[in-house]
Design a protein. Structure first.
Length: 144
């Protein structure tokens, strides 16, 4: 059997036919053909002098919105956070006696959701963390 040399281009085309783009990219990276970029895992580098005369509006006072505002606190940007709920933290929600939870929308029967009142015992040790893990009332399939 006669051995036939193939070009690099033909080799990559055959790899692409066998397994798609991911295989081609993996093969190219094994030969150091594509330039590799590395992710930065730290706080963004923001010049403290940047932002003079500019206004940034952050939609939502959840964890991401609060972190974005915190990271830009030492710049010259004017920052405004808009939050439609009466509390900050987004889905991170701690309920205590007297709090009322009102969810928008309707249930599977078309009726609006009833407000839920917290009437458990009084005191600093009595609270409910209804945070990010809570299931909204609109997810009826999960509730049954």
């Amino acid at each position: 059997m006669e051995k036939k040399d193939i070009s690099r281009r033909e080799f990559l085309e055959r790899m692409g036919l066998l397994g798609g783009l991911s295989v081609a990219y993996y093969g190219m990276s094994q030969f150091a053909l594509p330039p590799l970029s590395y992710a930065h895992s730290g706080a963004p580098r923001i010049d403290r002098r940047s932002g003079e005369g500019q206004h940034i509006v952050i939609l939502g006072a959840g964890i991401a919105g609060l972190c974005a505002a915190y990271l830009m606190r030492d710049t010259q940007f004017k920052i405004t956070i808009i939050e439609p709920n009466p509390h900050v933290g987004g889905r991170c929600l701690t309920l205590r006696r007297g709090n009322r939870v009102v969810e928008e929308g309707v249930d599977r029967h078309g009726k609006p959701f009833a407000p839920l009142d917290c009437d458990f015992d009084e005191g600093p040790d009595f609270y409910f963390n209804a945070g990010p893990g809570r299931i909204p009332q609109s997810h009826a399939a999960m509730m049954h």
